[in-house]
Write a protein that binds this ligand. Structure first.
Ligand code: ADP
Ligand code: F6P
Length: 319
């Protein structure tokens, strides 16, 4: 293999830059040319390509966001456009592609694989909702950012003896909210995967108040409901006001932490060596501290289970 390309797609995630660097430098180390496709599948359709050299990826290992930019591109859902993209890559002499993104981006990757272009996926999403990998690039940093915010809110919540509801991203998945809630010491975490009874939660929080707790923090995953509505419902049950903080896109930015940089380095490198081995239609993942490889067609559509033990632990520790 002499020439490969790399793109980032979907929501950006801290560590995507570290992964771009790992892909580019591994490929150059093995005497390959690397082409960067800007703005994800949109740039692929528009021919927005730039040659990557060692300098292009200098000084990005620690930067949030993605230097290649990203996009959501509805046109790429159409087969005629996927074909056009595969043809344009072939015309450029590109023999393999690394797609850094989430499950939506991997569906696009699988479409290209089926059209004969060798493709390997590297999981990059703060949601950590991809089946077949314990972690995706960006998750660890986003959890840290969420904890940072929860800690700050806890200070003021204690001083003012107030209650807070903190909304955390994650689309339809609760991994980010659960990790943030457990590590941030929240009183309750509301997740899309687990039905919850606000009366039970309110009872428990009231018990804590009677015992002397002077504030409470509830973490709400965005997929589990609207902050405004949930806060109003709890207020109606308990008579207590809940102030709402929506973490929003703050969680998507910032310098990647050590874990995201390490997995980005390892996964980016492995993606290139898989292409060199003429493998395709795969995703590099991680199991424990070891890299794993899964077939995209087998993981897409499967729902990644929540670490249910952490949910139970959360309930014990927030007694
Ligand atoms: P993520 O990759 O973070 O899950 P999205 O779900 O928004 O983000 O997907 C990113 C992009 O991947 C979409 O805008 C689209 O261009 C492409 N994509 C998503 N689903 C498909 C699909 N079924 N077929 C082809 N391309 C897809
Ligand atoms: O997939 C990452 C994510 O941040 C989700 O947690 C969230 O639901 C979504 O992207 C937000 O997308 P956008 O940046 O387009 O508003």
């Amino acid at each position: 293999m002499k020439r490969i390309a790399v793109l980032t797609s979907g929501g950006d995630a801290p560590g995507m830059n570290s992964a771009i660097r790992a892909v580019t430098r591994t490929a150059i180390f093995h005497d390959m040319d690397v082409v960067g496709i800007r703005r994800g599948y949109q740039g692929l359709l528009d021919g927005d390509f730039s040659a990557m050299d060692l300098g292009y990826v200098a000084d990005i290992v620690h930067r949030g966001g993605t230097k290649l930019l990203t996009a959501r591109c509805d046109a790429f859902l159409e087969e005629k456009n996927q074909r056009r993209a595969a043809e344009s890559l072939a015309k450029q002499g590109i023999e393999g592609l690394v797609v850094i993104g989430g499950d939506g981006s991997f569906r696009g990757a699988l479409a290209l694989d089926r059209l004969g272009l060798p493709v390997v996926g590297v999981p990059g999403t703060i949601d950590n909702d991809i089946y077949g990998t314990a972690a995706s690039i960006g998750f660890s940093t986003a959890v840290n950012t969420s904890i940072w915010a929860i800690d700050h809110i806890r200070d003021t919540a204690t001083s003012h003896q107030r209650n807070f509801l903190i909304e955390v991203m994650g689309r339809n998945a609760g991994h980010l909210a659960l990790a943030a809630g457990l590590a941030g010491g929240a009183e309750a975490v509301l997740l899309p995967e687990i039905p919850f009874d606000l009366r039970e939660i309110a009872d428990k929080i009231e018990k804590g108040h009677r015992r002397g707790k002077i504030h409470s923090i509830i973490v709400l995953a965005e997929g589990a409901g609207s902050g405004v509505e949930v806060a109003a419902q709890i207020r109606d049950i308990t008579g207590h006001e809940y102030k709402i903080t929506n973490m929003g896109h703050v969680q998507r930015g910032g310098s990647p932490d050590h874990r995201d940089r390490l997995i980005a380095a390892r996964m980016g490198n492995r993606a290139v060596t898989l292409l060199m081995e003429r493998k395709s239609g795969l995703m590099v993942g991680i199991r424990g501290e070891t890299l794993s490889v899964a077939a995209l067609k087998e993981i897409l559509g499967l729902k990644k289970p929540l670490p249910i033990g952490d949910y139970e632990l959360m309930k014990v520790l927030s007694i």
